[in-house]
Design a protein around this ligand. Structure first.
Ligand SMILES: O=C(O)c1ccc[n+]([C@@H]2O[C@H](COP(=O)([O-])O)[C@@H](O)[C@H]2O)c1
Ligand SMILES: Cc1cc2nc[nH]c2cc1C
Length: 350
């Protein structure tokens, strides 16, 4: 795991206090600049070169009626991402971030557009997972394959000079899988972990709570113990790819910005698998999805914004990129009290 140099943190903090503002007046933007400085090993961090990857896969548990949308939507949305019409296409463009899509296990055929605007990598491990209520979602071999696809995707982006990675997901019924992981790994109750996902009503949410409780009990009886065991039992192919993506980024010393409920569940798997991953994670937002706050707390992460988002597909993480770039630009470009001839009130370092 890459090391974070405390001397760089101290020097970046000292620099913040020389800039022409009352110390602390830029609030969390100051912390963010210091956080990236420490991870870039550079007191004055460079502008971020972001890569966004959306991993798509289907879930056998969709057959239990846990989503407001049919499973066919996963593949249809892959076509939409590749055509440029989804929210993440707009937000990635606004943020000047590269976007690619990886099919790690879409179950239904979908059309490939004649004029793609985002690259699609088709590496399906299976046509969706099995129904996690009844049996293991994946074999260990399938889970490892998906994890390694995520790892290789991260390494490829880092090889192209990307300095911050964002993983997103698309998968009908994946809030059920993520809720199972939250129960298993964050130790919360099924009722606390289960939300309305794409928009199910209260009656269906109660049904979803029972399915999550059943699945966790089944997997526990089957001997699930480690984070990777739980991932194979109740996770998803896109969740496994995301966990591998975060693992590789952290090991390469490249920060990650988390998206919503599902991506945070994948991050919790990656951290329980290898605790050093935690140092490289930043939480973008708190999703409207019930259970997200508990997952963030389990990772000791404080989200930057809370806008009632519940879309996924990396949208919340892409949305905070301009905020991160601003925090770094302020740290890089503001005048110091000394250079601007502004009296520092006695608190600024020179
Ligand atoms: O990221 C989130 O917090 C989030 C919250 C609710 C729903 N989603 C998205 O909606 C889909 C899963 O919802 P569901 O109801 O089908 O389980 C999946 O494609 C996710 O990207 C995402
Ligand atoms: C339309 C739609 C778009 C999405 N993007 C991420 N999850 C999604 C779920 C649905 C249903």
């Amino acid at each position: 795991m890459s090391k974070i140099d405390p001397a760089v943190t101290a020097a970046a903090l000292a620099r913040q206090n020389t800039l022409t503002k009352p110390p602390g007046s830029l609030g969390r933007l100051e912390e963010l600049a210091v956080w990236f400085a420490a991870r870039q090993g550079n007191v004055v961090p460079s502008r971020l070169q972001p890569a966004i990857v959306v991993f798509a896969a289907d879930h056998g548990v969709a057959a239990e009626g846990v989503s407001a949308f049919p499973a066919e939507v996963t593949g249809q949305m892959v076509t939409n991402f590749v055509t440029g019409g989804a929210a993440i296409n707009v937000l990635a463009r606004e943020a000047g971030a590269g976007l690619s899509i990886v099919d790690v296990g879409v179950a239904h055929d979908y059309p490939f557009p004649a004029q793609p605007v985002a690259p699609l990598f088709r590496t399906p491990v299976a046509r969706g997972t099995r129904n996690l209520r009844r049996e293991a979602a994946m074999s260990v071999a399938e889970c490892t394959l998906a994890w390694n696809i995520g790892r290789e995707t991260a390494l490829e982006a880092i090889g192209r000079g990307k300095t911050v990675l964002i993983g997103g997901e698309m998968g009908i019924a994946n809030t059920t899988a993520a809720a199972c992981l939250a129960v298993a790994l964050a130790g919360i109750g099924a009722d606390e972990a289960v939300g309305s996902g794409t928009g199910i009503d209260d009656t269906r949410r109660v049904h979803k709570v029972a399915i999550v409780a059943d699945a966790v009990a089944r997997a526990r009886a089957a001997g699930a113990n480690s984070a990777r065991d739980w991932l194979a039992e109740v996770g998803g192919l896109e969740i496994a790819a995301l966990a591998g993506f975060y693992n590789a980024a952290a090991h390469a010393g490249v920060p990650v910005v988390l998206d919503g409920f599902i991506s945070t569940a994948a991050a919790l798997v990656a951290v329980r698998d290898d605790p050093g991953v935690a140092d490289w994670l930043l939480a973008s937002h708190c999703s409207h999805e019930r259970g997200h706050r508990a997952l963030l707390a389990a990772l000791q992460l404080e989200p930057l914004v809370d806008l009632g988002l519940r879309l996924g597909e990396a949208s919340g993480a892409a949305l905070v990129l301009p905020l991160l770039q601003s925090a770094l630009a302020l740290h890089r470009e503001m005048a110091t009290f000394a250079s601007a001839g502004v009296s520092d009130g006695g608190s600024a370092a020179q």
